[in-house]
Design a protein around this ligand. Structure first.
Ligand SMILES: Cc1cc2nc3c(=O)[nH]c(=O)nc-3n(C[C@H](O)[C@H](O)[C@H](O)COP(=O)(O)OP(=O)(O)OC[C@H]3O[C@@H](n4cnc5c(N)ncnc54)[C@H](O)[C@@H]3O)c2cc1C
Length: 420
């Protein structure tokens, strides 16, 4: 690591850390990225590789929203359902659930939806430049929200109306229209919604391309190095435990689901739970859709990635544990075969599930901003199911926070210390 002062040290080489590095480098800063994993290894703990790769302006409703608690309780009873909380005697979990519950209101949705829209739309715009520099294709065909039940369709039609009112283009479709939009796959559905501004890319290729690009731009990437904590260096400044960094470095924590652990070492609380999800990637799919989609009732995301087809789903709040639960993986397979009748369970027999931990804040908004009482500590995490989607804009906001200018969006609602 070189000795320059005013160096930006980014802890975490997931999509948020790499996007922050890219924007800080573009702003002329000197950047070091530290990660405990080796980015070249196949056994990486980062959530940013095997996810569904969707860029989703359509996701302007935060996770904490009316109706979610009732649905969640129903899903809890189903061992193959899309949602699970492992009961644990954990003060952090109880506190997280309490904050989540108080935010699952219409008021919170109304207060948050424009900010989520702006974060996602601005990110989508930035993706065009970043994906090109990373050598990755951004497929701009939109996303289909597919529904098998009348009730599910009614709910999605309501979301579509809200989307259009917010300037996000959404078309309600019957099965014939869906067939016209995506000729690549047979669907057994009642209807759906086409969110035209959504897009998708190969998240692993984006990560690899981004990493190569930041190295070219002069970043240092230190792999296989764990930051074990933060320490108070006096004068309102923090330093790292486990790694020697130049004094007065600006430190950015982008450690995904593990970010709160580091903040605890300086007595700061960041309510966060890991939301484990799985993905299954078919190398030779029997049918390949042209657009990405979400199987609405089953909460399964489906993404064509080059010639492969990826199915991703479940949200298990079980602590920072990457083990695979075969029942929930089977739930994804079962849903895939229900919505896409040309598929059978045998298609998934030899597929090895990937698991990742989404960093989930309890109000469904990311944490982006400086940590009060420290002049050199910034946090960028908590993006839950939208870390890829919001990665580019988060990176730009981090660079703006570290620069002389005010952030280009009002981000006071994203203050990392908002629950202190
Ligand atoms: C099944 C599934 C599907 C998804 N689909 C989508 C999608 O379609 N679109 C979308 O936008 N999002 C999606 N997501 C969510 C998205 O993957 C995450 O929001 C995003 O990857 C989080 O990125 P991150 O950089 O914050 O964290 P991570 O990618 O987890 O990176 C954190 C990094 O920090 C490192 N680290 C942690 N602690 C330390 C330490 N102490 N010292 C050094 N290094 C440390 C870790 O090794 C890791 O590399 C999906 C997630 C899942 C599970």
């Amino acid at each position: 690591m070189d000795n320059e002062s005013e160096q930006v040290i980014i802890v975490g080489a997931g999509v948020i850390g790499l996007c922050a590095a890219w924007h800080c480098l573009k702003a002329g800063k000197s950047v070091t990225v530290i990660d405990r994993d080796s980015v070249d290894q196949s056994a990486r703990s980062a959530c940013s590789y095997g996810n569904a790769g969707m860029v989703v302006p359509s996701h302007f409703i935060p996770l904490a929203a009316p109706g979610i608690i009732g649905k969640g309780l129903k899903w809890l009873a189903n061992p193959e359902g899309p949602f699970f909380i492992r009961p644990r005697a954990s003060v952090d979990l109880i506190r997280w659930c309490k904050i989540f519950t108080t935010h699952a209101t219409t008021k919170h949705v109304v207060d948050s939806r424009e900010l989520l829209r702006d974060l996602n739309l601005e990110s989508r715009r930035l993706f065009k430049e970043m994906a090109e520099e990373a050598g990755v294709t951004l497929t701009e065909r939109g996303l289909l929200m597919l529904c098998q039940s009348d009730r599910g369709l009614d709910e999605e039609v309501e979301v579509a109306e809200m989307a259009n009112a917010l300037g996000i283009s959404a078309e309600v479709c019957d099965p014939a229209r869906l067939k016209e939009i995506d000729k690549g796959i047979q669907m057994d559905v009642k209807g759906g919604v086409w969110f035209k501004q959504d897009c998708h890319l190969d998240p692993s290729a984006f990560m690899d391309g981004l990493r190569a690009r930041i190295l070219e731009m002069g970043a240092e990437v230190v792999e296989g190095t764990e930051v074990t904590g933060l320490k108070n260096a006096g004068g309102g400044v923090v330093s790292l435990d486990g790694v020697v960094v130049p004094p007065a470095s600006q430190i950015v924590l982008a450690c995904g689901a593990w970010t709160g652990d580091l903040l605890k070492s300086i007595g700061k609380r960041l309510p966060m739970q890991a939301g484990k999800g799985y993905s299954l990637t078919l190398d030779s799919p029997r049918e390949l859709p042209e657009l990405c989609s979400i199987l609405s009732e089953a909460k399964v995301a489906v993404t064509p990635i080059n010639c492969q087809l990826r199915f991703a789903g479940t949200m298990e709040i079980c602590g920072n544990d990457l083990s695979v639960n075969p029942r929930r993986v089977h739930g994804i397979v079962r849903s895939a075969c229900q919505y896409f009748p040309s598929y059978g369970e045998e298609d998934f027999q030899d597929v090895r599930p990937w698991a990742g931990l989404r960093p989930c804040s309890p109000d469904g908004l990311p944490y982006i901003g400086r940590v009060s009482s420290y002049s050199n500590l910034t946090v960028a995490t908590g993006h839950s199911m939208m870390g890829v989607s919001m990665g580019p804009m988060t990176g730009r906001l981090v660079a703006e926070i570290l620069g002389a200018n005010d952030p280009s969006l009002d981000i006071h609602k994203l203050d990392p210390m908002r629950f202190s």
